[in-house]
Design a protein around this ligand. Sequence first.
Ligand SMILES: [Zn+2]
Length: 212
Amino acid sequence: MRAASSQAQEWIDGFLFVANRPILDLLNTKPVLAGAPTELLPDVRALERWLIASRMVTSPREKAMLRSWRHSAQAVTFLQRLIAFREKLREAVLRMEAGSAPADTFLAEVNTLLLQHPLPALLHKRNGKVLRQTAFELRRPADLWAPIIAATADLLAESDSSRMRRCESCVVHFFDTSKKGSRRWCSMNICGNKLKVAAYQKRKRAREAQAQ
Ligand SMILES: [Zn+2]
C-alpha cells in the first residue's frame, strides 16, 4: 500500500494526477465523484489552475499570460474546443485500450493541430550537459494547443500501449509505469482499497457458503 503522503500528490489544486502522463490526466478532469460525472474544468479560471498543476505551463511569464486571459473570449473559445477535444481523445484512448487504433478522422484532426501549433525544441548547455527544452511561447490562448497536441501525439504513437489502461473500478485512465506492469486501479486511496475490500468480502461469503 502506498504511504499516506502520496495521497496528497494524487490531488494537486483539486485535480487528479495519477496517470503518469499529464495528457491522460486531462481525461481525468471529468471523474466520477460521489456517483456522478464531475466537470473539473467548468471555466477559464479552472483551466488556468489545471495548466499550472499539470506543469503544461511552468514559467512565470506564461503564468502571468494565463492570468491576463481570465476574462478573455478567446480563452473561453479555447476551453470549449479543448473540452470537445478531450472527449474525442477519450474515445481514441478507449479504442487503444481495447487493442484497436484511433479513428482516422481523429488522427487527421490531431495532424491539423500539429501543423498549426508546432512545439519547437532548442538545445541548452547546463553544467556541461546538453539539455533539450521546448521553446514554447504563449501569445494567445490558442497557442496552448502546442504542448497539448505534442503530448497527444506522443501518447497516440506510444509503442507500449498495453500499459495504457482504465481503472477497473472507475473512469480514470493511467499509464502503468510499474516494474511488473500489473497496475489495475487509478489509485490505492481512491479505488484500490475499495476493490480489495470487495474481493475480501466475496471470498469470505464464498467460504461461509462452503461451510454451511
Ligand atoms: Zn479508480
